[in-house]
Structures are given as structure tokens and as C-alpha cells.
Design a protein around this ligand. Structure first.
Ligand code: NAD
Length: 262
């Protein structure tokens, strides 16, 4: 299937590693050009160096911390340089700390809102008018399985990402007739540094080994293993594609069957 991405430009947030890098690689593999955003230029450069030569030529790097006030402006300036239009936005961010809901600090919650929700909404709203005017756009927001089945010890993630789901669903309804699709991805457990740090936190909490935790977690997933960033990226590339034009307002699970509800 031709995904029709060869003339398209995408911004992918949190793209130096993990899910964001998996998505960026898939889009580049389909011929799109991509602006990769993350905090560290060094890590971004390492990520770019791992790509094929023709893919490297199609990607720009932007070092920006989504928690900083100028981040969105810096990203837009780089992605839209020389009049280039942005057709695809892949929203992503770092994950918040773990802990019990009863122990949540409201200041921490506010700080995480400014990194995980506010910049994503600002960037989405900034790119939307152009997408609507051109009658083509794809907005994809990476959240978590926790927006369907809340994850114990991730109260801030469950709460803030659910607000993104509600916003994106509302937006999808407004812009569907303009050729702009708005979807959310809900990863279950994809093998990345973030998954490893969550396993490690659980190991510390329970006094067990990280390996034991990871094995137990994998065995609770019907697929029997964690997913890969390539599997995740492939789903994102389809959602970004021309043939996915009638998929909007959806929460797409990439979880190996982990979420128990229908
Ligand atoms: P990761 O920690 O491996 O990668 C996060 C990426 O975001 C990195 O590129 C990092 O540089 C970037 N980043 C972090 N904070 C940033 C900031 N303030 N400004 C700009 N960039 C920033 O995480 P991941 O596993 O790739 O997951 C991506 C997101 O999806 C995280 O929020 C994570 O909590 C969530 N998630 C992941 C899984 C999974 O299975 N991996 C499951 C559910 C939810």
C-alpha cells in the first residue's frame, strides 16, 4: 500500500528515542520529511546518525524543552522554514513521575501540565488553520493505555493524558469535514527507556529484581511480550497516511491485547 507520504512534512515530538523515534523512522521510511524534536541536540544527532543516508537528508533537528515558554515558537520556526508547510503533527512528551494518587502534589501536577498538555495544545492550535485551509492534515497524539484503564502508580499520567484525549476528540469533530484527522494512540507496554524506568521503580518499591518485574509484566500481556518501537511506528505511519482519511476521533491501542476492556 502506498501511504502517500512522500511529499509530506511531519513534526515529531520526543523523537530522540523511544516511541517518538520509532514514529519518526516509520515516517522517514515512507518518504516523508520530518522535524525531530527533543531536549538534547546530542541525542537527536545520535538518533539521526542511526538513519539511512537519504533519511538523514530529510530530517531536521530541533532541541527544545516543551516545558520552556519559547519551545513551541522555536519548533514552528524550524519546521516552517522557507515557507515549508507542516502536514502531520505527532504529539508526544516525556512521562511524569510515578506515585500514589493520594500523594500527588498539585504543584507537580501543574508543572507536568505545562510540559505534557499546554505545549501540545498550543502547537496543535497553531498548525490547525494551515491544515484546514489546505484541506489536509494529520494530528496524532501519543498518550497511554492509562487513558482507558488507569494505571496504578501513574495518577498524573492518567489524569493529564485523559484531558488530551477529551480535547483531541472534541477537536476531531470540529475539523473532520476539512480533511484533518485527529487521533490518539494508546501504547500499552512498548520496550523503551521509559518502560525500563517504570519497571525499575516498581522493582525498588517491591524489593524485587527489575528482570522479574519485566518478565511478570510481559506475561500479563496476551501477546506475551513488550511491543517494539517499530510496531508502534508502523501504526502511526498508517494513521498519518492518505489511506487513513476516514479514521478520526479514535483512540488506537497498540498494546498486544493488554487492555482488558472492549
Ligand atoms: P522515553 O522516555 O523513552 O522518550 C521520551 C522522549 O521525549 C525523549 O525523546 C525525550 O528527550 C523527550 N522529552 C522528554 N521530556 C521532554 C521535554 N520536556 N521536552 C521535549 N522533549 C522531551 O519515553 P517513551 O517510552 O518513548 O514514551 C513516550 C511517551 O509515551 C512518554 O510520555 C511515556 O510516558 C508515554 N508512554 C509510553 C509507553 C511505553 O510503552 N513506552 C506506554 C504508555 C505511555
Amino acid at each position: 500500500m502506498d501511504l502517500g507520504l512522500r511529499t509530506r512534512h511531519a513534526i515529531v515530538l520526543g523523537a530522540s528515542q523511544g516511541l517518538g523515534l520509532g514514529v519518526a523512522r516509520s515516517l522517514l521510511g515512507e518518504g516523508a520529511s520530518v522535524t525531530l524534536v527533543a531536549r538534547s541536540m546530542e541525542r537527536l544527532a545520535t538518533a539521526r546518525a542511526s538513519l539511512a543516508e537519504d533519511e538523514q537528508a530529510r530530517c531536521d533537528l530541533v532541541a527544545a524543552d516543551l516545558g520552556e515558554p519559547d519551545a513551541v515558537e522555536d519548533i514552528l520556526r524550524a519546521a516552517q522554514r522557507e515557507g515549508r508547510v507542516v502536514d502531520i503533527l505527532v504529539n508526544n512528551s516525556g512521562g511524569p513521575p510515578t506515585g500514589l494518587p493520594s500523594g500527588v502534589s498539585i504543584d507537580e501536577m501543574r508543572g507536568q501540565f505545562d510540559k505534557m498538555v499546554q505545549p501540545i495544545m498550543t502547537l496543535t492550535l497553531a498548525l490547525l488553520p494551515g491544515m484546514r485551509a489546505r484541506r489536509w492534515g494529520r494530528i496524532i497524539t501519543i498518550t497511554s493505555s492509562g487513558v482507558i484503564q488507569p494505571i496504578p502508580h501513574l495518577p498524573i499520567s492518567n489524569a493529564l493524558r485523559s484531558s488530551l484525549v477529551a480535547f483531541m476528540k472534541t477537536l476531531a469533530g470540529e475539523v473532520a469535514a476539512d480533511g484533518v484527522t485527529v487521533n490518539v494512540m494508546a501504547p500499552g507496554r512498548i520496550g523503551t527507556a521509559r518502560t525500563q524506568s517504570i519497571d525499575s521503580a516498581q522493582a525498588k518499591r517491591t524489593g524485587r529484581s527489575e528482570d522479574e518485574i519485566a518478565r511478570e509484566s510481559a506475561s500479563s500481556i496476551p501477546a506475551g511480550r513488550y511491543g517494539t518501537i517499530e510496531e508502534f511506528g508502523a501504526v502511526a505511519a498508517f494513521l498519518a497516511s492518505v489511506p487513513a482519511s476516514y479514521v478520526t476521533g479514535s483512540v488506537i491501542r497498540v498494546d498486544g491485547g493488554a487492555i482488558r476492556s472492549i
